[in-house]
Design a binder for this molecule. Structure first.
Ligand code: SF4
Length: 340
């Protein structure tokens, strides 16, 4: 596997929702690359389009959502990108066999609420074994053995007992581990994790994040981590894309982006994070204003009604493009007129 070749490449993705009140441009021209073994975090407030980006990749959009434009190129496992063994997920039928094989086989997924993944009427073992049958058909090993092995991998001390338990019999943290086992049973090369620890207490969250790091090193998979928590991003990610109102406003490697943020939205997000270090205790600053109504996006820069660095006649007229930062070429890009 070539570490320089992206496993997944999203180009100018536009996913819109057509509902009675009008059109919501939930994702409006997003481009991202995911490399083998790396973690890309997509971060932003609720409604910024980060989960819709993930749902577009997996082709599990709600009925009103439609991919209007763009490409989602996935390098197939064992495929040689130089020979064009790459599939555009946008061209596949969301309900077709190819897409079903990719979901769970090439790309695993975990969500905030495991109960939305598991059926309450079947045991954990039965449900993960079904996923194993679907995605590990070339293995000679019995699905039960694969499942017990995976349950042990994700930290169940008694996989045999867990096999016969129902989802409601597990604690929140244990359910999350079982969902990770289900997501990884097909040995995907990319794991999409959509706010997987948001509903957990801090101790359990730390355990699940450590587990994900360990499994990533063990299986060599890439992770797309969707979160609103900048602390989780700093801990987990190599690359970060900050989204606001359907667009990426800043993108780059985590160290550069967090130590020298460029976009006023990211600067404001970082100022709003509580700090434990008294030397840094300079008081929390909430971001002024509200996320705009998605049916009436502001003209020009979508952040301009809330931006402390707003420039009249520029920011409210022209849409800023995501461009490389001059001082850090290749390491960070920002969509802001301050840098153009
Ligand atoms: Fe603020 Fe203008 Fe930059 Fe938008 S383009 S973030 S309004 S300075």
């Amino acid at each position: 596997m070539d570490a320089d070749q992206p496993l997944l490449e999203i180009r100018d993705l536009k996913t819109h929702f057509h509902i009675r009140q009008g059109t919501v441009r939930a994702v409006d021209g997003v481009s991202l690359s995911v490399f083998p073994g790396q973690t890309l975090a997509i971060v932003g407030e609720s409604g910024c389009g980060k989960s819709i980006t993930a749902q577009s990749i997996l082709r599990i959009l709600p009925r009103a959502g439609r991919i209007e434009h763009g490409h989602i190129h996935l390098q197939l496992s064992g495929g040689d990108p130089s020979r064009g063994e790459i599939v555009d997920l946008v061209g596949l039928n969301p309900k077709g066999g190819a897409m079903r094989e990719i979901r769970g086989g090439e790309i695993g997924m975990i969500f905030q609420e495991p109960m939305s993944t598991f059926s309450p009427v079947y045991t954990i073992g039965h449900q993960i074994a079904e996923a194993a049958r679907l995605h590990r058909t070339t293995d000679d090993i019995e699905p039960r053995e694969l499942v017990l092995d995976m349950l042990a991998h994700v930290g169940f001390a008694h996989p045999d007992r867990t096999w016969s338990q129902y989802p409601h019999e597990l604690s929140g943290g244990m359910r999350q581990r079982a969902m990770i086992a289900m997501a990884l049973i097909g040995r995907p090369r990319i794991l999409i994790a959509d706010e997987p620890t948001t509903a957990l207490d801090v101790t359990t969250e730390a355990q699940i994040l450590r587990l994900m790091k360990r499994l990533q090193a063990e299986f060599g998979m890439a992770i797309i981590f969707i979160t609103h928590d900048l602390g989780v991003v700093a801990r987990m990610a190599d690359q970060v894309a900050v989204m606001y109102l359907g667009n990426i406003v800043e993108q780059g490697d985590v160290d550069t982006v967090f130590h020298a943020p460029r976009h006023p939205y990211l600067k404001a997000l970082l100022r709003s994070v509580p700090r434990l270090d008294p030397a840094e205790n300079i008081g929390l600053e909430p971001i002024s204003g509200m996320v705009p109504d998605p049916f009436s996006r502001p003209a020009g820069c979508p952040f301009h009604p809330r931006c402390p660095e707003f420039m009249p006649d520029t920011c409210d007229t022209a849409v800023p493009q995501l461009l490389p930062a001059v001082a850090e070429p290749g390491r960070t890009r920002a969509a802001c007129h301050l840098y153009t």
